[in-house]
Design a protein around this ligand. Sequence first.
Ligand code: ADP
Length: 227
Amino acid sequence: MSEAILRLDAIRKSYNPGKPNEVKVLDGAAISVAAGEMVALVAPSGAGKSTLLHISGLLDTPDSGKVVLAGREMGGLSDRKRTEARRREVGFVYQFHHLLPEFSALENVVLPQLANGVPRAEAMARGRELLDKVGVAPRADHRPAELSGGEQQRVAFCRALANKPRLLLADEPTGNLDPGTSGLVFEALTLLVRGTGLAALIATHNLELAAKMDRVVRLEAGKVVAG
Ligand code: ADP
């Protein structure tokens, strides 16, 4: 069994705890995602998928339970250390691409690398290589508004992987696309993930895509259960 890149242990999370409008979202959720593994997270809207992804990616903290990322427990870290760990280890993709509208596709993949101290020439080379892998290299100089939905999302994958994270978290990455485009975009994602040793946790409503991953899990009553 490969090394676990993400491990969640007994995670509990409520919104508005102790108040009349308290929402208990996660209630002892546990999951482990190994290096090189693609796991589909399937659950109805409101079940807590985004909450689980945010906690996994250190964007939110659990009320209790452990988050272990690349072998390190994240619980005791300062905000600065958590931010550092997130920048270094985690890539995010959302349902909507969130690309910077005033920059080209290539610049969108280059900028996060520059922010992490990668020299410009190296960042540009990696950006082009990633865009080429997913077939968007001919659109490298286009701004997001000049790209199709599928192209925008493929650029968003490249951006998420630009800094070679160990964990990719995706929240409905094909939710906004028609079925044909979803399939192509998913293939691009698979291509980027396979062979890199990246662990990927991907929330999706698309059961056909979920079935193509290594494993399917569901969120049920705040717990992760095998799909
Ligand atoms: P999913 O991604 O599966 O749709 P979410 O994790 O977004 O589910 O939300 C789980 C539940 O928590 C929902 O009932 C949602 O309304 C509630 N929720 C999410 N974020 C907040 C928040 N900031 N404050 C209060 N309730 C929230």
